[in-house]
Write a protein that binds this ligand. Structure first.
Ligand code: ADP
Length: 662
């Protein structure tokens, strides 16, 4: 093959532009990204070699080498991993295959500042090399291919790249960065080692650098490695040393791992720039043995709501990387969790299909789920700063400065988590029957008396009125619609709190939760309102009498609206509004039906019940009105509008209202 010049996919060009223009303040991450790619390449080789040992080509000593050449102004990262064929180099280094990254790029606004914040949430991978390099040369040969089937890829990081065929006896990949003027300090062992220690200590592969020593230099100030030497400089010795710790962090003892190391490992596997909210690290022994290191991120990825999205847990078997995104290891509603599971029991050649059926995996999944829920419970418990308690003798709790600092560091984390992932957690009510109660305890809602999403079912119960027998809630498209819904009127009047549910998933999820801790959940928009003991005898009696007196009018309304309403009845739930719509006890709400239809899914035609307020002047006016028919339809359509719906025939509605206005 002769040299050919190819164009980057449009998204790559866009990403490259952003990378080189916005990551100045975070230059050094390029090394983490490239070393992580090298390590992935070795993982892939090890995995493919399980079935084809020949791929090792008699070299099983997998490693990454980092070298630099001050004169040539290059920094090179070399691995003896799986390598790339020419086609793979074209595909992988010229296009973006990962849907997450693609979505990300499509969200870029062109506004530099906003975009650079966005990129903080994303792994920029290979392209980050262009932060420090104005040209990158990649030389590679895929394991198992012939020496003359190597490839050289060159690009200046603008619109295109070149590829040509080369001979490369050694398997694997070299990424040669031609350093920019302002990045020449990366051609220094001292600097590079520092970055490797910071980001890549946990890479389970040795990262090697050539040892250097001072030539003819007098050591004047031993505390400063650079200091005091003559500029004769450092010379390479030809000896190689491993510069990272080179063992898998999760395999080390907890007590030997610092919080910073945990955080750096998280950043490495998640490509997140921010630290995680929490992590848990355990070695589980018993009939199924495995190690888990799981993290809860602080920020939701762009594609969180895609249930098809890959999971975030990597599976290892006895330290050998098996697969990314092993969805069998955690239920879908915990898809935001990142981390590693290393099993000692699974076979190395385990497939995704096998994982679904394995009893060991089932045990791991249960164990991981429990741990994650446990972490969330801890976050919830520590979300608020504790108040100092004063005992009966008047002695105020003495809290140590350390405890105070710890409490301050943990405060607000659960709120942060819930804002990002709360809606996803709710899916668990339907998905994870066994843990339904634990999940329900973690849920938070806004309510008719609390604007922030902070009310738990337990908080609600503690505030229930005497005689109140149910937890009341309303589902709506948004907080304003929920708060101002006519269905809430009587609850407001009586000072009864109602939970406002405005996440799309709420109604579906709530189907799976009939009660909380023995108290039934009751939608205020379903079934006839029954305030039970909250209503006094006179109120009950008045309601019954109104219903009786209204019977003839109801019959007429029913007849007029027979195509629209399932039934028409008098209600006590309204105070200011003339009418509202409710659905039968176990029916699907009109909002949910509307949502399903908008999403192009099949939904039953829900015929709601029209409830009228016998005390309202408009309703009183109905009787004997010459406009009875128009008023009846307006009443119905307005009730629909009030809950965020649209009349079936909006033009007819407008015509009717106008006729009356005139
Ligand atoms: P990511 O690693 O997140 O998939 P990158 O842009 O970093 O994205 O890399 C794109 C692809 O290029 C990788 O998925 C891999 O297939 C290939 N690649 C990158 N570096 C190497 C390497 N050192 N050895 C083999 N393949 C590599």
């Amino acid at each position: 093959m002769t040299k050919q010049t190819l164009s980057f996919q449009a998204e790559v060009a866009q990403l490259l532009h952003l990378v080189t223009h916005s990551l100045y303040s975070n230059k050094e991450i390029f090394l983490r990204e490239l070393i992580s790619n090298a390590s992935d390449a070795c993982d892939k080789l090890r995995f493919e070699a399980i079935n084809d040992g020949g791929l090792y080509e008699n070299d099983t000593d997998l490693k990454v080498k980092v070298t630099f050449d001050k004169d040539a102004r290059t920094l090179t990262i070399t691995d003896n991993g799986i390598g790339m064929s020419t086609q793979e180099a074209i595909d992988h280094l010229g296009t973006i295959a990962k849907s997450g990254t693609k979505d990300f790029v499509s969200k870029l606004s062109g506004d530099q500042k906003a975009d650079s914040q966005l990129i903080g949430q994303f792994g920029v991978g290979f392209y980050s090399g262009f932060i420090v390099a104005d040209k990158i040369t990649v030389e590679s040969r895929r394991a198992g291919m012939k020496a003359d089937e190597g490839v050289r890829w060159i690009s200046g990081g603008a619109g295109d790249f070149e590829v040509e065929n080369i001979t490369r006896p050694e398997r694997g990949t070299s990424v040669i960065l031609h350093l920019r003027d302002d990045a020449m300090d990366y051609a220094s062992a001292w600097k590079v080692k520092g970055i490797i220690n910071k980001y890549s200590d946990h890479i389970s592969l040795p990262i090697m650098m050539e040892k250097e020593e001072w030539k003819d230099g007098e050591l004047i100030n031993p505390s400063d490695e650079q200091g005091g030497r003559q500029p004769g400089g450092m010379v390479k010795t030809g000896e190689w040393e491993t510069v990272n710790k080179a063992n898998a962090i999760w395999a080390r003892a907890k007590k030997d791992i610092t919080a910073d190391e945990y955080t750096e490992f998280y950043k490495q596997i998640s490509h997140d720039f921010e630290p995680p909210l929490a992590y848990t690290h355990n070695r589980v022994e018993g009939s199924t043995e495995y190690t888990q290191l799981l993290y809860i991120p602080g920020k939701a990825p762009m594609d969180l709501y895609n249930r098809e999205k890959s999971a975030g847990v990597k599976l290892y078997v006895k330290r050998v990387f098996i697969m990314d995104d092993a969805e069998a290891l955690l239920p879908t509603y915990l898809r935001f969790v990142k981390g590693v599971v290393d099993s000692s029991d699974l076979p190395l050649n385990v497939s995704r299909e096998l994982l679904q059926e394995s009893r060991d995996v089932k045990a791991i999944r249960e164990g991981c789920t429990k741990r994650v829920l446990g972490m969330l419970e801890d976050l919830a418990k520590n979300d608020k700063l504790p108040e100092a308690t004063t005992s009966a003798e008047g002695v105020t709790d003495v809290v140590s400065e350390e405890d105070k600092a710890e409490a301050a560091a943990n405060a607000g984390k659960f709120t942060k988590f819930y804002n990002e992932f709360g809606a996803v957690l709710k899916e668990g009510l339907g998905e994870d029957y066994a843990n339904k109660d634990r999940i329900a305890k973690l849920l938070r809602f806004a309510s008719s008396t609390t604007d922030t999403v902070s009310v738990s079912f337990a908080d609600y119960k503690a505030r229930m009125k005497d005689g109140q027998e149910a937890i009341y809630y309303i589902t709506a498209d948004n907080a304003a619609a929920a708060k101002n819904s006519p269905q809430l009127e009587v609850f407001k009047k009586k000072g009864i709190e109602v939970l406002l549910m405005t996440d799309r998933v709420d109604e579906w999820a709530l189907n799976y939760l009939q009660d909380f801790d023995g108290t039934p959940l009751q939608s205020v928009a379903k079934g006839a309102v029954d305030l039970g003991k909250l209503q006094d005898e006179t109120e009950k009696k008045a309601a019954e009498e109104a219903a009786e007196a209204f019977k003839p009018l109801l019959a007429k309304l029913k007849e007029a609206l027979k195509d629209k309403a399932e039934d028409v009845r008098v209600t006590t739930r309204l105070v200011d509004s003339p009418a509202c719509l409710v659905v039968q006890d176990h029916g699907m709400s009109t909002q949910l039906a509307r949502m399903l239809k908008q999403a192009g899914q099949a939904a039953p035609d829900v015929k709601p019940v029209l409830e009228v307020n016998a005390e309202h002047p408009l309703v009183k006016k109905l009787d004997g009105s010459v406009h009875f028919n128009d008023l009846a339809h307006i009443l119905f359509d307005q009730a629909l509008l009030a809950e965020g719906g649209l009349p079936a025939d909006p033009a007819a509605y407008v015509k009717r209202v106008n006729a009356l206005l005139v």
